[in-house]
Design a protein around this ligand. Structure first.
Ligand SMILES: Cc1ncc(C[n+]2csc(CCOP(=O)(O)OP(=O)(O)O)c2C)c(N)n1
Ligand SMILES: [Mg+2]
Length: 354
């Protein structure tokens, strides 16, 4: 590759983008293995086929670790964006295995954690509500005259909730520098998106709120990167809230328990053929941005990295029953988590049955 930039990215950055894709896939595959081994007590939600949406979007933002950068609220299917924002890989494994060493100290088994310095706002479970949270955060950027944006990921089904509409309307009216990433993966549990909404593209909903929008092939990491770069530029220039729709497919069931027997196999096969990692690899090789041997090394490095940190996290402890209920905001007597063998305790640590 010559010194010329591709969409403003140099070779190191292009390979960083590739690394992000393969790291996400490797991390989720490792997680699946840990679940089969009984180390993960809850569910896991794969983003296979959607990795380019998360990586391309986060790559286009200003990621800092000192509290001065852009903000991100990922969904569970946007772990790649979380990693790019500095979310530690080891914490990803700690969280899913409920380890005391994880950011939430074993209180939940997912990526719902917060790091203000890195700009990470872990999602809360009620769908659509992160739009309202991020509208507030980005309004504060605007009021302070800071050139910062906040990105919210949400599934296509989330757009049918009241919170989504209220949050989006507020953000639009206030011209908040918020970028809404709609993960149009065509499914919500076993309900096809076409049974959830009359619109063919979520950009039609954007028009209803008077905000800028683009629809992009979510399997094409460069196209996502370029669309989000444009959206971020508009948001920073005071043009207010923006939407980017990611068109792709939820290639596995909702979570591990879902056999996906309601999916048309031919439709699924078509999307397997449009695998975002394969597509980007082909492009890199065709354009001569890097050799296959370089890509191979990056893949091996990502897999090794996941193996190492997963082993580290597996060896770490789950919280003691008394610790697990600390910091939970209730004064009622708390039953001990079902994963623990001891307890139950009162919040002051004394045993309930004494
Ligand atoms: C307000 C609200 N209603 C229902 C749920 C239960 N729920 C969790 S995930 C989900 C489907 C999500 O579909 P989508 O937003 O398309 O995301 P995907 O799983 O396809 O990534 C539902 C209905 C919830 N979390 N919040
Ligand atoms: Mg969906």
């Amino acid at each position: 590759m010559s010194d010329s930039l591709i969409a403003g990215l140099d070779q190191t950055q292009l390979l960083g983008l590739y690394h992000s894709l393969v790291l996400t896939r490797a991390a989720e595959e490792r997680l699946e293995m840990l679940q089969k081994q009984g180390h993960v007590t809850g569910e896991i939600y794969r983003s296979i086929g959607q990795e380019a949406g998360a990586a391309g979007a986060a790559f286009a933002l200003n990621r800092q670790t000192d509290g001065t950068g852009d903000f991100l609220a990922p969904t569970v299917r946007a772990a790649g964006a979380l990693f790019l924002f500095g979310g530690e890989l080891v914490d990803f494994f700690r969280q899913y295995m409920g380890r005391a060493t994880g950011p939430t100290e074993g209180k939940e088994a997912n990526i719902h954690w917060v790091d203000f310095q890195k700009g990470i706002i872990g999602p809360v479970s009620p769908l659509g509500t992160m739009l309202e949270v991020m509208a507030g955060i980005t309004l504060s950027f605007k009021v302070r005259g800071e050139s910062r944006v906040g990105m919210v990921f949400c599934g296509d089904d989330a757009s049918s909730t009241g919170a989504w509409h209220e949050g989006l309307n507020f953000s639009a009216v206030q011209r908040c520098p918020l970028i809404l990433m709609v993960e149009a993966n065509q499914w919500a549990f076993s309900t096809a998106t076409r049974k959830n909404t009359r619109v063919r593209s979520f950009t039609e909903k954007a028009a209803g709120y008077g905000i800028g929008s683009e629809s992009v092939d979510g399997t094409d990491v460069m196209a996502v990167y370029e669309a989000v770069s444009r959206a971020a530029k508009r948001a920073r220039a005071g043009k207010g809230t923006q939407m980017v729709e990611l068109r792709y497919y939820r290639r596995l069931g909702y979570a591990q328990h879902d056999p996906q027997d309601y999916v048309d196999p031919d439709e699924l096969a078509m999307w397997v053929d449009r695998d975002p990692i394969d597509l980007f690899e082909r492009r890199i090789l065709e354009e001569g941005w890097a050799a296959e041997s370089v890509l191979h090394k990056i893949r091996i490095r990502a897999e090794e990295e996941c193996k190492l940190v997963a082993e580290q996290a597996t060896g770490e402890p789950v919280p003691d029953g008394r610790e697990a209920v600390k910091g939970v905001y209730t004064d009622t007597i708390t039953q001990h988590p079902w994963t623990r063998t001891d307890g139950p305790y009162r919040r002051d640590g004394s045993e309930l049955n004494t």
